[in-house]
Design a protein around this ligand. Structure first.
Ligand SMILES: *[C@@H]1O[C@H](CO)[C@@H](O)[C@H](O)[C@H]1NC(C)=O
Ligand SMILES: *[C@@H]1O[C@H](CO)[C@@H](O)[C@H](O)[C@H]1NC(C)=O
Length: 383
């Protein structure tokens, strides 16, 4: 904990905004590295207008396939492309076309055909709507755009992993969508949350939706603002409240490019709904991977049972590769080995890789990923 706070403090104190990426949006960040990027807007089945970014494969190599990237909670695509060594660049250089999803509620996906972010209706959803509604539709849309029948892979991080598990097992179109995904690469899966030790998420797990909304006066969840209002004591940890990245992702990695961390702090968090945060709080409190809990009476009306239904991971058919860290405070390795791996059908679990020194953000940000992580990632992509 002390180590973690010190790192955050150091990161927050390196305020020299000398890095050009700090003023760039995520498309510009990718273009600045020489890649061709299209911004493609897609309207989800329930009316959210989402930004998808298509990074074309390098013109120096032949097209090898298409990969959909699903970032984590409160993250736009920015976190997946800010590090110079980030995996989307490497994969584009190997011939993959990369599509990155910006989830509803994040900075560039804040429009709806009917509602504005000022309306409470705009914010009435959680990760299950992203996983069961948006992700299946996005998979199909990307394949239409590419003129292809299946994705080489879905690569998801953190909340994106939960969304992908829902899309592939529990969405109304799960069986169909599963035929469109050749493999699923799950980075720092946040599914069963018995052992969360991230102080922010532990604190959040204690609150309920009405309390959260009355404390914030809004349904748009801004992590730093919320912490200052609801858990001011968390800010007694030096540097903690000044860096939202460390606050929510954890700054375990000791090999991050500190200038990139400052860039990220300027673009993070990209936002989500209060209901999404409350859904996470429920998952942490119960340790179950289940639908949103509205309370017994409303659950009965909506689901036909008093307890929210659990997502049934035994339905997974897409070959799945799990990558997890030994120092991850959100996706604790015990939750991966004791709960997630045993819940997956043996035929679907293709490989599992532990990185003992990695925390929650290292697969995206650690400078050693090209030697530590990528050999396993590439092997998974050709398995
Ligand atoms: C990013 O900046 C470019 C201008 O360089 C602009 O064309 C593009 O629409 C911006 N993207 C977003 C999502 O704001
Ligand atoms: C999957 O969905 C697509 C488009 O909605 C449809 O054309 C196709 O027939 C479906 N395939 C299966 C196996 O249900």
């Amino acid at each position: 904990m002390a180590f973690f706070a010190v790192l955050c403090f150091l990161a927050a104190s390196v305020l020299a905004a000398s890095d050009a990426d700090i003023k760039r949006n995520s498309t510009e960040v990718m273009r600045a590295r020489g890649f061709t990027v299209d911004e493609v807007y897609f309207t989800s089945p329930d009316g959210f207008i989402l930004l998808l970014q298509h990074m074309h494969h390098s013109p120096l190599v032949a097209h090898r396939g298409t990969i959909l990237v699903l970032p984590g909670v409160m993250c736009s695509s920015y976190i997946t492309v800010i590090a110079d060594q980030a995996f989307p660049y490497d994969l584009a250089k190997q011939g993959y076309d990369i599509w990155i999803h910006n989830a509803r509620g994040t900075t560039d996906s804040r429009r709806h055909v009917k509602w504005s972010p000022k309306d409470k209706e705009f914010w009435q959803w959680s990760l299950e709507n992203i996983g069961m509604v948006d992700v299946p539709a996005v998979v199909e849309f990307v394949l239409q755009q590419m003129g292809e029948r299946s994705l080489s892979a879905v690569i998801a991080h953190s909340e994106g992993t939960a969304e992908a598990f829902m899309a592939l097992t529990s969405s109304p179109r799960a069986a169909n969508v599963s035929t469109m995904v050749q493999r699923y690469i799950s980075l720092n899966p946040t599914v069963f949350m018995h052992h969360v030790s991230n102080p922010l998420f532990q604190a959040l797990a204690t609150i309920k939706l009405p309390e959260l909304i009355s404390a914030l006066g809004t349904r748009d969840f801004d992590v730093v603002d919320s912490v200052k209002k609801i858990f001011p004591w968390l800010c007694d940890i030096p540097g903690f409240c000044s860096n939202a990245v460390c606050l929510s992702v954890g700054c375990e990695g000791n090999q991050w490019n500190k200038a990139k961390l400052d860039d990220l702090a300027a673009h993070y968090p990209a936002g989500t709904s209060a209901q999404d945060i409350v859904h996470w709080a429920q998952l942490i409190r119960t340790g179950r991977f289940q639908r949103f809990d509205y309370g017994a009476a409303a659950n009965m009306a909506l689901y036909g049972q008093e307890e929210p239904p659990q997502f049934d991971l035994s339905k997974l058919t897409v070959p799945t590769h799990i990558f997890y860290g030994g120092r991850d405070t959100l996706s604790d390795q015990r939750d991966v080995t004791q709960y997630l791996l045993p819940a997956l059908p043996k035929a679907a679990l293709a490989s599992a890789h532990l990185y003992p020194t990695y925390g929650h953000g290292d697969v995206l940000l650690n400078m050693d990923t090209p030697t530590v992580l990528y050999p396993d990632l590439y092997a998974a992509l050709t398995m």
